[in-house]
Design a protein around this ligand. Structure first.
Ligand code: SF4
Length: 207
């Protein structure tokens, strides 16, 4: 858990508390930028977690992973209820690999679907029934415009919901792909999301 600015997506640049939940669903992505979340982690009571979030005095909470919805029935639903009842703005970051449980709470679900294999694959590790629960899609761009378009067509996703981010875990890799990502977004009427934390801090974790 840490306090920072949201570096990417629709809330880019906004101060936020980040809660990174451990574990994900295999097969793990070769380009995973949070490998520590796949193995590290510790148990914490929901009420204690909520108190620690409260101590940051920041009303935007980003729950990310790993795959956060793996823990829906082991505390996450309870945490969501507590935060929403106390007027926190809640944003999830998910891959959509597991069910995104419906909820009556006002929340934002940002889904970054992952391709199986490489970026030329038309196979995605994504549950189709999740489409209706997603607020915005955030695709990783690496010369995979056609594959992203195929996904959007298959699930009839509005262009207004689509963000593209350059692939890359380092500032140098990000910079190399910025121009192509920009052009692809402009051509398709998609939104462009840089990854501000990488552009600013390179590979430093917890920012
Ligand atoms: S879905 Fe996300 S957290 Fe899981 S292996 Fe892929 S990049 Fe890493």
């Amino acid at each position: 858990m840490f306090y920072s600015l949201q570096g990417e997506g629709p809330f880019m640049g906004i101060p936020a508390v980040f809660v990174r939940l451990a574990n994900c669903v295999p097969p793990y992505c070769s380009f995973c930028d949070t490998p520590h979340s796949l193995k590290d982690g510790y148990d914490i009571e929901v009420i204690k977690l909520a108190e620690e979030i409260c101590n940051f005095q920041c009303k935007l909470v980003v729950i990310t992973g790993g795959e956060p919805f793996l823990q829906w029935n082991s505390g996450l639903k309870e945490l969501e209820d507590i935060l929403c009842e106390n007027d926190y703005q809640l944003q999830y970051e998910t891959s959509g690999k597991v069910e995104i449980p419906p909820s009556d709470n006002a929340r934002t679900v940002i889904c970054s679907p992952k391709q199986l294999g490489d970026f030329k694959s038309d196979e995605w590790s994504f549950l189709p029934e999740n489409v209706s629960e997603v607020t915005s899609f955030k695709f990783i761009y690496d010369d995979n415009e056609q594959q992203i378009q195929n996904f959007i067509d298959q699930y009839e996703i509005s262009n207004k919901k689509v963000f593209l981010m350059p692939e890359g875990r380092t500032k140098e890799e990000q910079m190399q792909k910025m121009e192509a990502t920009w052009d692809t977004c402009a051509r398709n009427h998609w939104k462009f999301s840089p990854r501000l934390h990488i552009l600013t801090f390179d590979q430093k974790a917890g920012v």
